[in-house]
Design a protein around this ligand. Structure first.
Ligand SMILES: Cc1ncc(COP(=O)(O)O)c(C=O)c1O
Length: 402
């Protein structure tokens, strides 16, 4: 088998790329997959090579053939100049923010950011002397009005965590760049397969590889991809901190990459099917799913995204808390747990009122977030049908007590 030529590589369609990216015949000694390299020390063959600084691998914290294969593949998928790997999605958020900011700087963060990103801003960044202002995720070009002379970064996430508000990333990026600020995006929901962050103006894109890249709820991983302007600074920060992903997790993530598009497309199909069914339920007030025409940011999603993943939310018609508990507690197939993007369906109740500051969260009923897996959709519907019956019964019991 001949090595993949540059010409062939350049013409490959994405599905083929997902099969071949990161393959390294030398590193894998003929086996299909690059193995999980473990190691701290890397030996040099001679004094001249040591002095030259040109050896490909130099020390465990600077990367191995496994991490390099994954980084190269991710950079190509994301349209990035380079990628760094860290042990979790939250570590990736912290790394990107710490790369862009220093003492005295101001950060603008979407009010719909993943809550621990916000906690990072309120603790670590505050301790570093960085001030954070939260903004309405729907702000678009209006973000220009919030920019201060010391605003050095704008943190975005589209769609936002839990409540899934869309963001106009190109408009925000244009306004931020006009003021010299760096644009960071948490792109975990869409992944680079459904949203090309750097082509839309993002400088550093964060991905919790824990979700769809893994796809099997068996690893924690974060990736930060960056454009040519930001990659050298990102790489330097990552090198200084020496936080890196574990060899086995990097190996598993490379394995996940091969099937990621298939899994994502199936998650999309399944989630749209379940969302449609839920939208027709009398217990459901509203479905929040970017690919549905009734979603408030649908036009932006349609303009910028090429697909939707398996994560969406619903607002139930008002019922007592005990009724929501009755629905959730009796579930046998659908687990209750944080994280998402695995092969299994999960549901989690949420309430953004507890932490939002720039926007008012008043959905008019209890909120649930679903991540839809690969089960037969009819089994999920049957399970939820039984759950809604429990919810109605518990509601009636509560009403009888009043
Ligand atoms: C949008 C988003 N970003 C980042 C993360 C953090 O990923 P990790 O669990 O790998 O720290 C999560 C985790 O739920 C998430 O939902």
């Amino acid at each position: 088998m001949a090595d993949l030529s540059k010409d062939t590589h350049a013409k490959l369609r994405r599905r083929t790329k997902l099969v071949h990216l990161g393959h390294d015949r030398e590193a894998s000694q003929g086996f299909v997959n690059v193995p999980a390299y473990r190691g701290s020390t890397v030996l040099y063959p001679d004094y001249a090579t040591l002095k030259s600084g040109k050896q490909r691998y130099t020390y465990g914290t600077h990367g191995t053939p496994t991490t390099r294969a994954l980084c190269d593949a991710w950079s190509e998928l994301s349209g990035a100049a380079g990628t760094t790997l860290v042990p979790s999605g939250l570590a990736a958020i912290g790394l990107a923010l710490s790369t862009a900011l220093q003492s005295g700087d101001h950060l603008l963060m979407t009010d719909a950011a993943y809550f621990p990103a916000r906690r990072f801003a309120e603790t670590e960044l505050r301790r570093m002397g960085v001030e954070t202002t939260y903004y309405d995720p729907a702000i678009g070009a209006g973000i220009a009005e919030l920019m201060r002379p010391n605003t050095r970064a704008v943190f975005t996430e589209a769609p936002g965590s839990q409540s899934l508000e869309m963001q106009d990333i190109p408009a925000i990026a244009a306004a931020a760049h006009a003021c010299g600020a760096c644009v960071i995006m948490d792109n975990t929901w869409a992944t680079p397969l459904f949203f090309s962050p750097h082509a839309h103006g993002v400088d550093m894109a964060v991905e919790a590889g824990t979700k769809y890249l893994s796809g099997h709820s068996d690893l924690l991983l974060g990736l930060v991809s960056a454009n040519a302007e930001w990659f050298p600074r990102l790489n330097a920060t990552a090198t200084n901190w020496a936080i890196l992903a574990a060899p086995d997790d990097s190996f598993l993530a490379l394995r996940g990459l091969r099937t990621m598009e298939l899994r994502l497309r199936e998650a999309e199909r399944q989630a749209l099917g379940l969302a449609q069914w839920l939208a027709g339920r009398p217990e459901v007030k509203r479905v929040i799913h970017p690919a549905r025409p009734d979603y408030p940011g649908h036009d932006i999603w349609k303009r910028d995204f090429t697909g939707s993943s398996g994560l969406f939310s619903v607002i139930l018609n008002p019922v007592p808390e005990a009724a929501v508990a009755a629905l959730l507690d009796g579930l046998e197939l659908i687990g209750m747990g944080y994280s998402w993007g695995g092969y299994e369906t999960l549901v989690i109740p949420f309430d953004c009122r507890t932490y939002r500051t720039a926007t008012h969260w008043a959905p008019g009923g209890p909120a649930l977030r679903f991540t839809v897996g690969l089960e037969d959709l009819d089994d999920l519907k049957d399970e939820l049908d039984r759950g809604f019956q429990r919810l109605r019964e518990a509601s009636e019991t509560s009403a009888g007590k009043e």
